[in-house]
Design a binder for this molecule. Structure first.
Ligand SMILES: [Zn+2]
Length: 641
């Protein structure tokens, strides 16, 4: 909702979908397919109905070129407003309107090139288009860099009286409020210059960590389940953590975490550097704490963060119960070790869906959302929002894309597993959120904040999960699904909250002047692990160094959003499934809200108060319900002792 858009480059991957999604659950699904050695077709061999309708944006590359040239011209015209915004409300309004018609076109130029390039990354012509569009967006950012400082140089009272004088300008009140909210932390021009000069140096711990983790670490080979020697990389971690062979799990855990551990002092110094850089911001700009500074961007109250951690802590007995079941079912007599945490209760069951079956199942499962939602979603499927199957050169993974002037677009690589169907529901959730917000809000509020972004997607996942569980009769398949759903809550809510707690702890230590060393951070991490996993968990010393594996600790209080989104979504899904009067309509108004309010206020429109313990508590109840179902099934299958 920046007054000057910086999201042109980001919006196409708006829902790049949290990194952890390729972790615990999705990873296993992919590996199950590898052995089949499917033949990946050329794009031209895939039926049009399974390919996204890029022709709805531009009929041809020539049309794209025309718009590209037009945007360049419009950008030049916008730049002429520099130094004139203080002239009066008419001039300011003209500028903002002109900006709001130029940016969507720029964004459309970028999205089109990005879709074409992702559908077959081998196509050099499309790659070149994307590079050009990217440069154009960067150039736009540079050309417009004067606008925010010029606006904030005016007193807000001035703009406030202009908005009264010229009612059309009222449209921008929320955007201006958001911009000026940050003003009290803006320093003098010279001080800002110094802060900017320090930027490169301050980002060095993070970039050094990335180089270390991605380029410089070499892992030892391991022996797999069949006795074959295997080279492993970081990506192999989750795959092998799901191995039924405990020896393999332990070897891989030791190989990967042990390799990181050898560099514990260096990486502790790097993480300390990142934390110290956050402390510098606090001191220079006058925030209360590192946490408050990090949350200020999205205007998220610190109470939301603390509330998450407290409520999850209150519910840790549920996580302990889960570990007790795990210990029993997997017969782990010496307790659940860190390398046992991801292992499924039961070997993956073959549950397959065609694409058409997935679409039908999703449309049925989402019925509680009502006709309006379903009609638009169905239209989305029918008008080729989705690029379904893998083809040679297609980008891997899944995302939802599109922009203000286009329909939503979903990239999938559908193979037919439950995870693939769930991913489709997830990405369509993003797309439907975009569709509703873009269709309702003016451009300036059409995109939603990252804090809200995973709510709509997760809500669909949960509705689908409930439906499929209720309609799966085969007890083994059901047990497998229950295990996957339990893991998704453990991975998204418990694990990310645990990481958040660690992150807060090390920042507080540094703020109190305690040195952050490998030993002090390791001790803190170990203590939190023991608390979270409880009496059936057996702690190994190596686990103290596990934090070294997690790049997110350099993201400055980011991962808590995974947990809050999940809980907000389960809260909404529960109330809609229970048929609470008006809950569905309240949710739709949230979907239509874009960024017209602050994230916490938007969620309140959906009846979710993230400053209260209820939504987190409801996420916990969902977990408890899955545990109950799991215990029942285990008894039925005679798998419990
Ligand atoms: Zn997502």
């Amino acid at each position: 909702m920046n007054i000057i858009l910086v999201s042109v480059l980001m919006s196409p991957l708006l829902s790049g979908c949290a990194e952890w999604r390729v972790g615990p659950t999705a990873e296993g699904a992919k590996t199950a397919k590898v052995g089949e050695a499917e033949k990946v077709p050329e794009r031209s061999e895939i039926d049009t109905k399974y390919r996204w309708a890029t022709e709805n944006i531009f009929a041809s590359v020539r049309e794209w070129e025309e718009e590209f040239a037009e945007v360049e011209k419009l950008m030049g015209q916008l730049a002429k407003y520099k130094g004139t915004l203080a002239q009066g409300p008419d001039q300011l309004y003209r500028f903002l309107q002109e900006r709001d018609s130029t940016e969507p076109q720029l964004s459309r130029v970028y999205v089109y090139s990005s879709l074409l390039s992702d559908q077959d990354t081998r196509d050099g012509k499309h790659q070149a288009m994307k590079t050009r569009a990217r440069s154009l967006a960067i150039k736009y950012g540079q050309l417009m860099s004067w606008a925010e400082p010029e606006l904030t140089a005016m007193p807000f009272e001035q703009l406030d009286s202009w908005m009264r004088e010229k009612p059309e300008l009222e449209l921008y009140r929320q955007a201006l409020d958001n911009l000026f909210r940050q003003k009290k932390y803006i320093l003098s021009p010279r001080e800002e210059e110094l802060m900017a000069m320090a930027g490169e140096v301050r980002s060095t711990p993070g970039s050094a960590y990335n180089m270390f983790a991605s380029a410089d670490t070499v892992f030892p080979v391991i022996i797999d389940e069949e006795g074959r020697t295997r080279e492993i990389d970081e990506q192999a971690f989750y795959k092998y953590m799901r191995s039924p062979d405990r020896r393999v799990r332990k070897d891989v855990y030791d190989a990967i975490v042990g390799t990181f551990s050898k560099h514990r002092n260096t990486t502790a110094a790097l993480l300390n550097g990142a934390v110290q850089s956050h402390i510098l911001t606090v001191k220079a700009r006058g925030y209360d704490s590192c946490l408050a500074a990090a949350l200020h961007g999205g205007n998220i109250p610190v109470a939301v963060y603390n509330n998450l951690i407290h409520t999850v802590n209150d519910n840790l007995p549920l996580l302990h119960r889960y570990q007790e079941i795990r210990k029993r079912v997997l017969d782990l007599r010496d307790g659940v070790h860190a390398y046992d945490l991801f292992a499924p209760f039961i070997t993956p069951q073959n549950i397959e869906y065609t694409y058409e079956e997935s679409v039908d199942t999703i449309l049925t499962a989402l019925k509680p959302l009502g006709n309006e939602y379903l009609t638009h979603m169905k239209k989305g499927f029918d008008s080729r929002w989705v690029d379904v199957f893998p083809n040679k050169g297609k980008r891997s993974g899944a995302y939802s894309s599109g922009t203000f002037l286009t329909q939503p677009y979903v990239l999938l690589n559908f193979h037919g597993s439950y995870e693939d169907m769930s991913t489709l529901a997830h990405e369509m959730g993003h797309s439907m959120h975009s569709f509703n917000s873009r269709g309702t809000q003016p451009y300036v509020y059409a995109d939603y904040d990252i804090f809200c972004a995973e709510v709509a997607s997760t809500c669909n996942e949960i509705l689908l999960q409930n439906y499929v569980l209720a309609h799966t009769k085969d007890p083994k398949k059901k047990l497998y699904l229950l295990g996957e759903f339990l893991e998704s809550i453990r991975g998204t809510v418990f694990r990310q909250t645990m990481f958040s707690e660690f992150e807060q702890k090390i920042h507080e230590m540094a703020e109190a002047g305690e040195p952050l060393t490998a030993d002090s951070m390791g001790a803190a991490y170990g203590k939190i692990m023991r608390k979270y996993y409880g009496p059936h968990y057996t702690h190994d010393d190596l686990v103290n160094d596990y934090w070294i594996r997690i790049p997110h600790f350099y993201y400055n209080f980011y991962v808590y959003k995974y947990a809050t989104s999940y809980c907000a979504a389960s809260d909404i899904a529960n109330r809609i499934m229970a048929g609470e009067p008006g809950a569905r309509e309240a949710y739709l108004s949230f979907l239509k809200g874009g960024s017209s309010k602050y994230p916490i206020d938007l969620l309140k429109m959906a009846r979710v108060d993230m400053t209260s313990p209820e939504p987190i508590g409801n996420g916990m109840k969902l977990f408890e319900n899955l545990l109950d179902q799991t215990e029942e099934l285990l008894a039925e299958l005679g798998m419990t002792k």
